[in-house]
Design a protein around this ligand. Structure first.
Ligand code: GAR
Length: 204
């Protein structure tokens, strides 16, 4: 077991970061969040970080809306390295990260995606699953590679799609599982008992 030194990147409410904080505080995850970065200055994830005295800051990614521009990426890598981060967690970070960040943390960047990949990559995946008529939806935690939502899968959890689901009720049910899946995936990393073989993450 090796304690994880986490850097968390987010864009929104930060409920996934909260699930990681809760697992650390409950003693079920051997990790420390070294820094939290958000691409919106008023993102709730920053409020949550402040509440737990976790260093946090706004990462200016302008002018882009969906990617990390070169200067922002370099700044991001510097902040993460200076903070002593060894594992980067994308917790609702709605931007594509680029090769430089992945090269700075090889096989140590994790993403959570609200779908059973490879189905429904991209945005609003729960709405995509509902519109498609899926009877099962879910969540995936995976290593990030150069593609979009395409890296080797660490943990997946399924939820049923119910007859009266709206996008909101389905997303809420998926989020309950997200909050279990992310700490679980990080525990696998901390255990060191896994290996990546091609697309497969072999655990144990
Ligand atoms: C989560 O549902 C996460 O799976 C999704 O954003 C939400 C963030 O919630 N991520 C993506 O869609 C990435 N493509 P949170 O800010 O409450 O953790």
């Amino acid at each position: 077991m090796a304690k994880l030194h986490l850097g968390v990147l987010g864009s929104g409410s930060g409920s996934n970061m909260q699930s990681i904080v809760d697992a650390i505080e409950a003693g079920t995850l051997d990790a420390e969040i070294k820094v939290v970065l958000a691409d919106f200055p008023d993102a709730k994830i920053l409020d949550r970080a402040r509440k737990h005295n976790i260093p946090c800051q706004f990462l200016d990614c302008s002018p882009w809306k969906t990617k990390l521009a070169d200067a922002a990426e370099e700044n991001c890598i510097k902040i993460l390295k200076d903070a002593g981060v060894d594992t980067v967690v994308l917790a609702g970070f709605m931007r594509i990260v680029k090769p430089k960040l992945l090269e700075a943390f090889p096989n140590r960047v994790l993403n959570i995606h609200p779908a059973l990949l490879p189905a429904f990559p991209g945005v609003h995946s729960w709405t995509q699953a509902l519109d498609y008529g899926c009877k099962v939806a879910g969540v995936t935690v995976h290593f990030v590679d150069a593609g979009t939502d395409s890296g080797p899968i660490i943990v997946q959890k399924a939820v049923p799609v119910l007859e009266d689901d709206t996008p909101e009720t389905l997303h809420a049910r998926i989020q309950v599982q997200e909050h279990i899946a992310f700490p679980e995936a990080l525990n696998i990393l901390a255990s060191g008992k896994y290996r990546i073989e091609g697309r497969r993450v072999r655990i144990g």
